[in-house]
Design a binder for this molecule. Structure first.
Ligand SMILES: [Zn+2]
Length: 340
């Protein structure tokens, strides 16, 4: 598929075995990675890195120290999940050098987004600007990761279902924070439809299924980078996640918790919940509270508090949460189909 527009991918190298020997084609390079991704990649990459930098923490002072200690190089190769890739993005941006991104799992979209997610005193900040050259999508390498983590990558694409509903709703109420674009909504929904048509391939992590997730992320960039915001893929389903994260003070697999948000907020929206739930069930996305050790009382309390949570955060966009009441009765009904 040829994707028109700014995908934030400068060049690409897709296919089973595409990582093999890549290191021999690079000049002087350093690798940022973690233990498991490096173990499954190092013998296939070839070449000899000037340094292998392992993620210690995403805290900015730790990262700055690691970058200062890194040797001179003209390329940085990020190998792993979100953190290893984000460390590479930050280093590439800081030094103005070439970035090669080799995701070993598709659970987050860090390998296509321009900014690096780092933490300053535990708060997430997005810094810098970088594009992979190339983005290496090696299907065999991705399949060394647990299948459910690759499947989790659909979470931030499925969120188009609830997020576009929220944006349309905001526009109808005269509350949209950005110039509304029906064209962007339609384009995002066509990405969603294309992803949903690939359910069995995504479930089985076939080449085509993994590629569908990567292409979905790249196409989202062609909408969101020119617009300057991610309104078509982020809305009320993410706000439930923010509330739960703050309430429970622990991390989640992003696609799983976003899946739970899509399940519940599509019901609050009365927005084809059966369709999106059937897809999540078919691909085996682990969106049930039991998969994340979330107790029924915790989730019920979170839903009851959600409206007040967003009211206290004016930086959050207008969504269904602002105007529909999550009564005890609604919560009971909405939770009835979930596993605890
Ligand atoms: Zn997300």
């Amino acid at each position: 598929m040829k994707i028109e527009g700014n995908t934030n991918v400068r060049s690409q190298r897709f296919g089973a075995g595409s990582v093999d020997g890549l290191g021999n084609e690079l000049g002087r390079f350093v690798v940022t990675t973690m233990e498991i991704p490096w173990r499954v990649t190092k013998d296939r990459l070839g070449g000899s890195p000037a340094a292998v930098i392992t993620v210690e923490s995403m805290e900015l002072d730790v990262i700055e120290r690691q970058i200062t200690a890194a040797p001179d190089c003209d390329t940085v190769v990020g190998i792993g999940g979100g953190q290893a890739i984000d460390l590479a993005k930050y280093l590439a941006w800081k030094r103005g050098i070439r970035l090669v991104s080799i995701p070993t799992v598709l659970s987050v979209d860090a390998f296509v987004t321009p900014a690096a997610g780092v933490r300053r005193k535990h708060q997430v900040e997005y810094l810098g600007n970088s594009s992979p050259d190339p983005l290496v999508i090696d299907f065999d390498l991705l399949r060394t990761a647990p299948a459910d983590l690759n499947v989790a990558g659909v979470g931030d694409l499925l969120s188009i279902h609830t997020a576009t509903f929220d944006w349309v709703l905001a526009e109808q109420r005269g509350k949209s924070e950005y110039a509304f674009s029906q064209q962007d909504v339609d384009a995002a929904r066509s990405i969603l439809n294309d992803v949903m048509a690939m359910a069995s391939d995504i479930r089985d992590c076939t080449d085509a299924g993994l590629q569908a997730i990567v292409h979905g992320y790249m196409r989202i960039n062609t909408i969101c980078l020119p617009a300057g915001h991610y309104r078509v893929e982020e809305g009320s389903e993410h706000y439930l996640f923010y509330e739960l994260e703050e309430r429970l003070q622990r991390p989640f697999i992003h696609g799983h918790i976003v899946g739970l948000g899509i399940y519940l907020l599509s019901r609050l929206q009365q927005n084809e919940p059966e369709r999106v739930t059937a897809f999540m069930d078919e691909v085996g996305l682990k969106y049930h509270p039991a998969d994340m050790a979330i107790h029924r009382e915790e989730l019920a309390a979170s839903l009851a508090a959600l409206r007040e949570f967003v009211r206290q955060r004016p930086q959050l966009w207008y969504t269904v949460i602002n105007e529909r009441v999550t009564s005890t009765r609604w919560i009971d009904a909405a939770l009835a189909g979930l596993h605890f």
